[in-house]
Design a protein around this ligand. Sequence first.
Ligand code: ZN
Length: 166
Amino acid sequence: MRELVIGLMAAGAFIYWKGRDIRARMTLSGEGWDRLHPEVKARALRVLEQAARQGLHVGIFEGWRSRERQASLMKGGTSWTKDVDSSYHRWGLAVDFVFLDRLGRWTWQPEGGRSDWEKLGRIIEANGFEWGGRFRHFDGPHAQLPLYRIAELKRRYQTPEAVSWA
Ligand SMILES: [Zn+2]
């Protein structure tokens, strides 16, 4: 039922419910946060503050992704990058936001529906991110900071594991 509702709302949000390990990833700590570019961290926190001021209760769901995590999302048909290292998440340059309901539980179905996603999207964009809500596959939670082009990063570092932004 929940999947059906979310699927109708936004194909991009629907995907995450299919991950079996979703509950373990609901808070962002460890590598997922640590390996983000400092500029991404600062701006993501600003998005949270600004969203709260507009009455939107938002958290950060996911940041940097391991090769295995990205591969599994692609295999599940829930990430659309052309190869594992083509995701901004892999390079610590993307975060996914999530809404919080009245009880503080994470949800992909904000009370205001699509309009809440649009509001959040405008805040995301105002902070210099590219917002996944503009992608061909609607990806409302997604925000990426295009400080570098993926091709450039691949050329320079070969693999995201070779990058340390800290
Ligand atoms: Zn994302």
